[in-house]
Design a protein around this ligand. Structure first.
Ligand code: SF4
Length: 264
């Protein structure tokens, strides 16, 4: 490679790394790109082999291909949260079951107007079996209770994957795809008026495309007829604790609550 070519390649790599850093994705050299939207399996719960609390993400496995980013949109079986949980059982459908202490299914009001979807359980969530109860969860809870003046129990909170990824890494595409029918089932059961997607992986999975969260946050999207507000993950806000990030998330949550209340 000539010197000018090397220089151009280095500049491109630097720009890409800066973009990942901007989106709260921390990776080492050789690690996979962001696992984002994953191809969902068949409508019924599939078989497969087999947070985020501000912690450093570990490098992850194979790169996600464009195929992984397609969204064939599996049919939903509208049911109750209890039925979805019963179907989940003591799930071993993906490799994440190997390191978990508890399945972290979801928490909150089964008839909530507002539903928060994050990425996956962290260490404290894994210990307690509840979503968003670590440092990032404390921030989310404060925003819900002190900011929006709701009780945490008024909303419903869950994650893309129900088992803690090792080292708090981002869920891989196949893990997200395997767990997705349960997330779809939860959304179908709760039927929220508004979904708030917390961070890039959740927004990407739900929207079926790779999302640049810092650019998309604050802009209304649609998840199967349900308004979806993408915003920054609380763990990212903790890492980048700037007034701008806090204000942006606050504005996103206010907009989500207003829309949920207006019933539009
Ligand atoms: Fe099952 Fe989901 Fe846990 Fe994987 S992450 S083992 S699919 S519950």
């Amino acid at each position: 490679m000539s010197a000018p070519d090397r220089s151009t390649a280095l500049a491109s790599a630097r720009a890409l790394l800066e973009e990942w850093a901007e989106e709260g994705v921390e990776r080492s050299a050789g690690a996979a790109p962001v696992p984002a939207a994953a191809e969902p399996p068949a409508p019924s719960v599939p078989a497969a082999p087999g947070a985020r609390d501000g912690a450093q993400r570990a490098p992850v496995g194979p790169p996600v291909t464009q195929t992984d980013l397609l969204d064939p949109t599996p049919a939903l079986t509208a049911t109750t949260l209890d039925a979805v949980r019963a179907e989940l059982g003591e799930c071993t459908r993906c490799r994440l079951h190997e390191g978990r202490t508890r399945i972290v299914f979801g928490d909150g009001n089964p008839d909530a107007d507002l539903m928060f979807v994050g990425e996956g359980p962290g260490a404290e969530e894994d210990r307690q079996g509840l979503p968003f109860v670590g440092r990032a969860g404390e921030l989310l809870t404060a925003m819900i209770e002190k900011g929006l003046e709701l009780r945490r129990g008024d909303v419903y909170i869950c994650n893309i994957v129900k088992c803690r990824p090792p080292g708090n890494r981002t869920p891989l595409a196949d893990e997200a795809a395997t767990c997705r029918p349960f997330l779809d089932g939860q959304i179908a059961a709760v039927r929220p008026r508004v979904i708030v997607a917390l961070g890039k992986p959740a927004a990407s999975l739900l929207l079926g495309r790779d999302v640049a969260i810092t650019r998309m946050r604050g802009h209304w999207q649609d998840y199967r007829g349900i308004p979806l507000m993408p915003t920054l993950h609380p763990a990212y806000v903790l890492r980048q604790y700037t007034e701008e990030n806090r204000r942006n998330v606050w504005n996103d949550l206010k907009a989500a609550l207003e829309r949920a209340r207006s019933g539009d």
